[in-house]
Design a protein around this ligand. Structure first.
Ligand SMILES: [Zn+2]
Length: 395
């Protein structure tokens, strides 16, 4: 909190069920990782109390070094005027977990962290803010502890089936079920009437290239692959008035094998004002497909038009190659910190670190046309693109 802490509300400790003996109260300036309050994390719970003064306020606590196998537990309680969010970051400020877990079935709306650390870090930061878009001023208390190291969870490789031959009754999260017809490029535009096979081929190649460094096997019905009941599926087809794509949610560390996403290919008619070539249209569809798959293996939204988990690119920028890389978290996810998509993917699904590092190098953006530079319409706010398990699980 930046100043003016006097008179902020405090929570009744009796409501917290706290029986530890270490208590901390936030300092005046702890809005950045560099200015984090130090809290010694031990197996005995520590109580941290603070306040959030508005949507821009972030409170950061340095829980000290962490080792692979440490299990970090943080529960958050807030007063009624604050809808709180918590996130965990490593020493570089890269997100370890951006949390929107809530024990709704226990009648508790406060978020919590329960994560086994995959790799050692000299520092582990826990940051508190208001949930973007929700009530943003009030008091909170965190109870934080770590359990003795357990074995580090292994990455879980993924198999993804690109479904171009349609599907009935496809249900994504809490959305109504839709029938997805067989992909036909002429449903995007009659310009592509003879390009269905070329687009399917180029999309499959591009998504495969995006995930080549990682243990994600990309199969396609256009190449004769069939669903075996265990695969993550991405359907290509049909229209949505608000979305280019949707996925079931953010599946942290790829905990669930078989999940679905849809790339609403008919909605890509929105690109036709830019007269995309077949490779450009294929690239845009592939970028969205790789993005939705990213959610299903644990990635959240970022703000960097050259990064696959971005939600700020213009339509023209979406026709350019994107890569998995370090990028700022989108403010609607959390107001501070980055996501290292490469490291997160290596942690969640596994892969080849050297190849991943090379692929994370930014593409040469000079190839973007002048039109792209002028057209700064954010594709996913104009055509709002979201998958957001955050939205699905909150409240
Ligand atoms: Zn998304």
């Amino acid at each position: 909190m930046a100043g003016q802490d006097d008179g902020r509300p405090t929570l009744s400790l009796s409501a917290l069920d706290f029986d530890g003996d270490s208590t901390y109260t936030e300092s005046t300036f702890n809005n950045e990782l560099e200015r984090a309050d130090h809290v010694a994390l031990t197996t005995a719970p520590s109580l941290i109390q603070g306040g959030i003064s508005g949507a821009e306020d972030v409170d950061v606590y340095n829980l000290g070094p962490i080792a692979a196998g440490d299990r970090i537990l943080v529960t958050m309680t807030t007063d009624d005027s604050l809808d709180g969010a918590v996130a965990l970051f490593d020493e570089a400020g890269d997100a370890l977990l951006v949390n929107d877990h809530r024990n709704l079935y226990l009648g508790k709306s406060g978020p919590f962290v329960d994560v086994v650390i995959r790799r050692a870090s000299a520092a582990c930061f826990v940051a508190v803010s208001a949930t973007p878009g929700y009530p943003a001023k009030g008091a909170y208390a965190l109870v934080a502890s770590k359990e003795s190291p357990v074995s580090t969870p292994l990455p879980r490789p993924a198999t993804v089936l690109l479904v171009f031959d349609g599907g009935g009754n496809v249900r994504i999260g809490g959305r109504p079920a839709v029938d997805v017809p067989t992909f036909d490029a002429s449903d995007i535009s009659s310009d592509y009437a003879s390009d269905t096979d070329a687009i399917m081929h180029q999309v499959a190649d591009a998504v495969r290239a995006d995930y080549r460094a990682f243990d994600v096997t990309i199969l396609s019905t256009s190449e004769g692959a069939v669903f075996d009941g265990q695969m993550t599926r991405v359907f290509f087809g049909t229209y949505d008035p608000a979305l280019l794509g949707v996925a079931e949610g953010v599946d942290e560390f790829n905990a669930v094998a078989a999940q679905d996403a849809i790339v609403f290919t008919d909605t890509f008619e929105a690109f036709m004002a830019l007269r995309p070539s077949v490779p450009q249209m294929s690239r845009a569809i592939a970028n969205v497909a790789s993005h939705e798959i990213g959610h299903l293996v644990g990635l959240v939204h970022t703000s960097d038009p050259a990064e696959i988990m971005d939600v700020t690119a213009s339509l023209a920028e979406l026709m350019e190659p994107q890569v998995f890389a370090v990028a700022p978290l989108n403010p609607e996810v959390f107001p501070l910190g980055n996501q290292d998509a490469v490291q997160s993917l290596l942690d969640s699904v596994g892969g080849n670190p050297l190849l991943a590092a090379v692929k994370a190098l930014r593409p040469n953006r000079d190839s973007i046309t002048d039109k792209a530079r002028v057209d700064r319409r954010p594709a996913r706010s104009l055509v709002h693109l979201s998958s957001c398990g955050v939205c699905n699980t909150h409240r």
